[in-house]
Write a protein that binds this ligand. Structure first.
Ligand code: FAD
Length: 482
């Protein structure tokens, strides 16, 4: 499927100024920006109904300094956001790329609000792990589906040509005209649902087809420790961008990085919000004991849960947190589906979950004791988590059995700050751009580097940057990158 074809060998069926591969948040933001600038664009989407991981997501986009954040009096800034990203990524992300993406996501959310009527709200119920400020933006539905639908509706109004049921199966190339590299991009080959193939000439191709989470072989190769775990993202994310890049001699980076999650309701396969953990809940294993600092982040928790007996854990929390959970659509679905259990005592909680009673009682007593002992400076538990008296768990108790999952991959094609794909000599491959999950993200090299929201941050931010670069190239300006 990773075919590269020399355009000299074929007759093209149609020409356009830009092709966008994939109609998730990344591809739709890019094509909306291109439409505004009058760039003729075709968006090819393999599904008959464009969904992507975007529609499966919670739809929370982090941004600092937006109009809506300012209106709420939140004193956030680009540099604070940059620092949070790098702290989580262990300073492994390209700092120039982080700066550019942080600026781009703010501009883009404001632009979507003012130009396309997106009604952002900032989630203030709880602070997402690793973020110093309330900066998660969501549409009123608080779902990825709401985000995807609004992007599709805006695209339609703006006259964007999204062509569903059309899979890009090859990149077309020709000899490069610039000094850099030996090949440049010249278009794509697309396959329709009836199996017919068409060739499209385009000097600019934006790869917005996400990562390789749905490609078992690539997951086994780059994330072997999670090869047996659930993949919870879109099944169309088969790593085409990475495979084309490899075949073209592109550089890739941080391929072992991914967004994991340690809290997907077992059997029901429904995401259980991490807010429960951040506000006082705990996770125990089949032995009834805790095994990690739940406040470090839900992404790395995937690997902690995956290594527990039976590859499962139980979220334990109480009525206050159950009410908080009910504010999230996924949690409501899990509750209605019967995934959530309730008990009036710890003993009953142990019985209904088939957990060892004595161990569970001991675990809950232990966190109470830590909370009661909390004085300045804040004492931490053995895993480094702080417990407060105000947020201690009280009966009735709630629980849900959860598994670990891979949500999407964060490694990808190496790009410069203009989202141009780089070859192994760090030269740009003319006309080829990667954004969103197709490009290397800002999460460093491992699962622990994923700061909540890094997925849509780079889908929206890099999508906008790639579009700006295409506009500059088409209009004969300079593509500014480092
Ligand atoms: C359950 C879940 C919850 C999440 N919640 C959040 C969240 O709240 N905040 C956050 O920041 N991130 C979240 N994420 C991650 C986020 O969803 C992704 O990072 C983001 O949607 C990526 O956007 P994208 O446009 O790059 O990819 P996608 O939305 O996956 O779009 C890629 C599109 O490309 C298409 N495609 C692939 N190959 C081809 C091809 N060869 N030809 C044509 N089309 C092709 C696919 O069909 C797909 O429609 C979550 C992920 C999951 C799974």
């Amino acid at each position: 499927m990773a075919e590269i074809i020399d355009i000299g060998d074929i007759t093209v069926d149609i020409s356009t100024q830009c092709v966008v591969v994939g109609a998730g948040a990344c591809g739709l933001v890019a094509s909306l920006k291109l439409a505004e600038q009058g760039i003729e664009t075709l968006v090819f989407e393999r599904d008959t109904r464009a969904r992507g991981s975007t529609s499966m997501s919670s739809g929370f986009i982090p941004a600092a300094g937006t109009r809506v954040q300012k209106a709420l009096g939140i004193n956030d800034s680009a540099s604070k956001f940059h620092d949070d990203i790098q702290r989580k990524a262990n300073n492994e992300a390209d700092p120039a790329l982080v700066d550019r993406v942080v600026a781009a996501v703010r501009e883009t959310l404001d632009w979507l609000e003012q130009r396309h009527g997106f009604r952002w709200q900032v989630l203030e119920e709880f602070l997402y792990p690793g973020h110093s400020f309330h900066r998660m933006h969501a549409l009123p539905g608080k779902t990825g589906e709401a985000l995807q639908q609004q992007l599709l509706a805006s695209s339609e109004s703006a006259g964007v040509s999204v062509v569903p049921g059309t899979r890009v199966v090859a990149l077309l190339t020709e000899a490069a005209t610039s000094q850099e590299g030996d090949k440049c991009v010249a278009g794509v080959a697309v396959e329709r649902l009836d199996g017919s193939v068409e060739y499209v000439r385009a000097d600019n191709v934006i790869l917005a087809c996400n990562g390789y989470g749905a490609n078992r072989q690539l997951v086994e190769k780059y994330i072997p420790q999670m090869a047996a775990a659930l993949y919870y993202g879109h099944d169309g994310n088969t790593g085409d961008a990475l495979l084309w890049g490899d075949a073209l001699g592109a550089s890739s980076c941080h391929l072992g990085a991914y967004q994991g999650h340690g809290s997907v309701a077992a059997r029901h396969n429904i995401l259980i919000t991490w807010a429960l953990m951040m506000e006082g809940g705990i996770q125990v294993n089949a032995r009834g004991v805790r095994f990690s600092n739940e406040h470090a982040g839900y992404s790395e928790q995937a690997e902690h849960v995956q290594t527990q007996p039976g590859n499962v854990a139980w979220n334990i929390y109480d009525e206050r947190l159950h009410q908080l959970g009910l504010g999230f659509p996924d949690y409501q679905t899990a509750f209605k589906a019967g995934a959530i259990k309730t008990a009036s005592t710890v003993e009953e909680l142990a019985t209904i979950n088939e957990l060892p009673e004595a161990a569970l009682v001991k675990t809950l007593k232990a966190i109470d004791k830590i909370a009661e002992g909390n004085k300045d400076p804040q004492p931490l538990d053995e895993f480094g988590r702080y417990f407060s008296v105000e947020k201690r768990l009280k009966p009735p108790y709630y629980s849900v059995k959860v598994s670990a999952a891979v949500f999407h991959t964060q490694g990808g094609l190496k790009i410069n700050t203009a989202a141009e794909v780089l070859n192994k000599k760090n030269q740009r491959i003319e006309g080829l751009y990667a954004a969103g999950g197709a490009a290397v993200g800002v999460s460093g090299s491992s699962v622990a580097g994923y700061l909540s929201g890094n997925g849509l941050l780079t889908a929206v931010g890099l999508g906008a940057i790639a579009a700006d670069s295409v506009v500059a190239r088409v209009k004969g300006g300079n593509v500014v990158a480092n």
